[in-house]
Each structure stands twice: as structure tokens, then as C-alpha cells.
Design a protein around this ligand. Structure first.
Ligand SMILES: [Zn+2]
Ligand SMILES: [Zn+2]
Length: 349
């Protein structure tokens, strides 16, 4: 089989290797579509991966090519959404449904040799694939991983239907959170971003109020629009100091502040912010991936259902669909601000 592997920064090469054979409880998958994640950017552009050669691709759909003798949920020919985390099911975290914290977890598309969406074939446990409902395409099914993250974040928020919610960051995850919140019965949705085009994408149907954080008086407008109270649920989907600070300020008394954006720089709270957390009795909630009881969890199953019901505007969130030999050119476009608007998918069929 063919496998696209990363040998260094911007150095992707096609390698020939043996096609793997599924065990009794495993499935052999042929990759259909694979999304490029924001987290793949530093990996492709700067070679920031744990080892070389590295097989990328953790957001993908596939066609079942063969199944082991114990496999019941899928048959060859089925289109499936792939769950990229392989867990042990035995450690204490797995037994309590905290699969994202499995002590023996393996994340494919980065941390497992020769496994990932950039390979023509993969062998995975049966529980790592879910049959895609009718009407959902392979390209849309490749969005299930980020969709599941948005839904898991919504579950973590504990949002009650009919409540107002603020979303900070209108990138892909922010947009998926906004659309999920709408489907789950949010009342008014307040969205913050510093890129006007991102706000324009969601203004109207999805977001009731949009704030460009480069405008001087944006926060005063927000306070006015929320009668001075802020929102009981605030989703932080950026992961930098100023947006985390904004999330604290945007929450109403005893509000739930959900940290979804991945922070890789030091974060410091000012005394005033600590005071805000204490005095307003804020609840800070972390989000890590999207796994929950009954592996891989309801976020994946609900995500596929929502996809089949057209909840997500997959078209407008897609920048382009490319062939594998166009990946490096697409990476070049990432370096040009504003050039890539939305997700890039690779058609591996
Ligand atoms: Zn991702
Ligand atoms: Zn485990």
C-alpha cells in the first residue's frame, strides 16, 4: 500500500509498505477523506512531531475493506467515520469512562507508527469505527472528530436549553460549537473574534451578536446586550491569554467558563482576575478531546446524527478539497494570512 509520511518540515514522501491484516476484532480500512487540522499545521510546516517518519491524519473517513471474524457492526463496503484514539479499556480511567485520559492510549495520525489518515490502509479495533448514516458523505464524515470535540465541550458546559451562551473564537471549532449550541437549544449566541470575515461567516442565522475584539468599545456593547450580566456559559475556543481573560469577564455570576482552546504558552491570572473567579464563583471547566462512557461516547454518535440532519454547514466551513500531491502547496497557503478560509480536506480515494 501507499503511505504518505512526513520526514521533516515540509517534507512529505510517498512510501510503499505491506498492507496490514486485521485481527479477529479489527477492521481493515481504506482511507476516503482526511481533514487537515489546525494542530497539523506546525507538524507539516515545522516538523513538530514526536518522531520521523510520521504518519499524519487524525480526522478521516474510510471504506471498510475487510473485517475480522468477531466484527459485527460493519461489513466490507461500509463507509465509516474513524475514531482516532485507541484505548486499553482496562485501566482505571477507561473503566470510569475517561478514555481521553487512558493510561495506555495511542493517538493515531501522530503518535503511532504507520497509522493515520495519510496511509492508504489502516487496521483499527472495531470500536474505532462508526458506520456513517445515509445521506452523509465521506467528506462530511471526515469532520466527525472536530464535531465531537465541539459537542463534548457543549456537554461539559452543562448548557440548559433556552440559555444564552458566549463563544470566543469563530474558527472551525468555534463555528462547530456555535452550530451545536443552536441545535441544542441555546437562546441568544454571542460571538467574539478579531477577524471580521470569521464573524461575517456566523452573523445572522447562527450568531445573534458578533463582536470584533479589535473594536475599542466591543466589551461595553456586549455588557449592554446582556443587560450588564454576561452569559451563564462561555466557551473559549482560541487558547491564548487575552481570550482566556475575556472568557472570565464575559461570564455571569456563577457562570461556567469552558476552556476548549489548547494553550501552549504560560498563562497568568492577574489579581483582579483571580478575584473575579472567586467573588463571582466561576466554574472553570477543561475539555480534552471528546471521549466518554460507552466508547467512543455520545459526542461521536450525536455528531453523526446531527450531520445527517444538516445541522452543520459543512460546505461553508470547507476551504477546498485537494488531492494528496497538493498538500504541500496548501501548506504554503497557510503561511499567507487570510488565504485559507476553513478546513482543507484531502481526497485519498
Ligand atoms: Zn484535529
Ligand atoms: Zn485505558
Amino acid at each position: 500500500m501507499k503511505s504518505l509520511q512526513l520526514f521533516g518540515a515540509m517534507d512529505l514522501r510517498q512510501v510503499e509498505m505491506d498492507t496490514p491484516v486485521p485481527g479477529d476484532d479489527e477492521v481493515l480500512l481504506r482511507t476516503e477523506y482526511c481533514g487537515l487540522c489546525g494542530s497539523d499545521r506546525p507538524r507539516l510546516l515545522f516538523g513538530e512531531v514526536p518522531f520521523f517518519p510520521n504518519t499524519l491524519g487524525h480526522e478521516f473517513s474510510a471504506r471498510v475493506a475487510a473485517v475480522g471474524k468477531n466484527v459485527k457492526s460493519v461489513v466490507p463496503g461500509d463507509l465509516v467515520a474513524v475514531v482516532p484514539l485507541i484505548v486499553c479499556h482496562h485501566c482505571k480511567n477507561c473503566r470510569t469512562g475517561h478514555y481521553g485520559q487512558c493510561e495506555n492510549k495511542q493517538f493515531i495520525g501522530l503518535r503511532v507508527e504507520n497509522k493515520g489518515g495519510f496511509s492508504e490502509y489502516n487496521v483499527l479495533p472495531e470500536c474505532n469505527v462508526i458506520k456513517v448514516p445515509d445521506g452523509v458523505s465521506g467528506w462530511e464524515a471526515a469532520m466527525i472528530e472536530p464535531i465531537s470535540v465541539a459537542l463534548h465541550a457543549m456537554f461539559r458546559s452543562g448548557m440548559k436549553p433556552g440559555s444564552d451562551i458566549a463563544v470566543i473564537g469563530a474558527g472551525t471549532i468555534g463555528k462547530l460549537i456555535i452550530q451545536s449550541a443552536r441545535a441544542m437549544g441555546a437562546r441568544e449566541i454571542f460571538v467574539f473574534d478579531n477577524v471580521q470575515s470569521q464573524l461575517d461567516d456566523v452573523a445572522g442565522n447562527l450568531a445573534d451578536h458578533c463582536y470584533n475584539t479589535s473594536d475599542e468599545a466591543f466589551f461595553d456593547s456586549y455588557l449592554k446586550d446582556t443587560q450588564g450580566y454576561g452569559c451563564p456559559y462561555v466557551m473559549e475556543a482560541v487558547g491564548i491569554q487575552p481570550t482566556v481573560s475575556l472568557a472570565l469577564k464575559a461570564a455571569s455570576t456563577n457562570g461556567n467558563v469552558v476552556l476548549v482552546g489548547y494553550l501552549d504558552k504560560p498563562l497568568a491570572f492577574s489579581p483582579a482576575e483571580v478575584r473575579l473567579i472567586l467573588e463571582n464563583e466561576l466554574n472553570l471547566l477543561g475539555v480534552w478531546q471528546s471521549y466518554d462512557l460507552d466508547f467512543p461516547g455520545d459526542a461521536f454518535r450525536l455528531g453523526l446524527y446531527y450531520l445527517s440532519r444538516g445541522v452543520y454547514d459543512t460546505k461553508s466551513m470547507t476551504d477546498r478539497i485537494i488531492k494528496p500531491d497538493e498538500i504541500m502547496a496548501a501548506c504554503g497557503d497557510w503561511k499567507i494570512p487570510g488565504k485559507v478560509r476553513g478546513k482543507i480536506f484531502v481526497d485519498f480515494r
